[in-house]
Write a protein that binds this ligand. Structure first.
Ligand SMILES: Cc1cc2nc3c(=O)[nH]c(=O)nc-3n(C[C@H](O)[C@H](O)[C@H](O)COP(=O)(O)O)c2cc1C
Length: 222
């Protein structure tokens, strides 16, 4: 098992995929993780393999996808945005750990072609493109730590590591609109600032923060 820091550092959004099919064994691993996530979260994630139609993007203004044949539909109840981010990123990092590339997609997919067979009250939030990339992507530009978190001379190391991991997280249009701080009673407050998908981003960021800081070191202030 690779170090989780390596996995977070290796993960970049990949938008160009080659034609290699995802092996059934790997699809089974993804499906097993999806089952665990759905059971734990009450969300409805579903993997679709070999369905290139969904990525015939007709909106070239944001992102340009090619060769993507597989995707995961991320659905849940209205208001589940943060949860979608948290559990979606768990799946993204799991995929990365078994050698598959991904990209979060909120805007550049053909919704009518994605058939998630939603239940009553369920909403389609995003899809994750999934497969073997033509490349591994590249590191995004990042804000400095003190723009996304309250850091001073007495800030504990675990918090700084959490912020470092949070800055590796994908966010919509790389906006990194979040703020992390330690509250007076020693817990960690995470806030989404205004921006498209910033609540989903917050869930993604919190997942990364937990991995970097260590879950045993702190509690979230809700
Ligand atoms: C919630 C969310 C939605 C996104 N939607 C799109 C999208 O519609 N099209 C696209 O090309 N990239 C999309 N992205 C990918 C971001 O542009 C990307 O994560 C960001 O630029 C940081 O780059 P990185 O993922 O390589 O670290 C989305 C990312 C997130 C987190």
């Amino acid at each position: 098992m690779e170090d989780i820091w390596d996995i977070m550092r290796q993960r970049h959004s990949v938008r160009q995929y080659d034609n290699r099919a995802v092996e059934p064994e790997k699809a089974a691993l993804i499906n097993a993780e999806i089952e665990r996530i759905n059971a734990e979260s009450g969300l409805r994630f579903a993997l679709f393999v070999d369905e290139p139609e969904a990525f015939k993007a007709d909106k070239p203004s944001y992102g340009s996808f090619s060769g993507c044949r597989n995707y995961v539909v991320l659905a849940g109840k209205k208001g589940d945005d943060e949860k979608i981010g948290y559990f979606g990123e768990r799946l993204v990092l799991f995929a990365q750990s078994i050698g598959l590339n991904t990209c979060w997609v909120a805007m550049t997919f053909e919704k009518s072609k994605v058939q998630p067979s939603l239940g009553a009250g369920e909403v389609l939030f995003d899809v994750l493109a999934l497969g073997y990339g033509l490349n591994e992507g590249r590191p995004h530009r990042s804000k400095p730590a003190d723009r996304v978190a309250e850091i001073n001379g007495s800030t504990p190391e675990w918090f700084k590591k959490g912020v470092e991991a949070a800055l590796l997280a994908p966010t919509a249009i790389n906006q990194q609109r979040f703020f992390l701080r330690i509250t007076k009673d020693g817990r960690v407050a995470a806030k989404a600032l205004l921006g498209p998908c910033s609540k989903t981003d917050l869930g993604i960021v919190k997942y990364h923060f937990e991995l970097g800081a260590g879950r045993g070191n702190f509690e979230w202030a809700e």
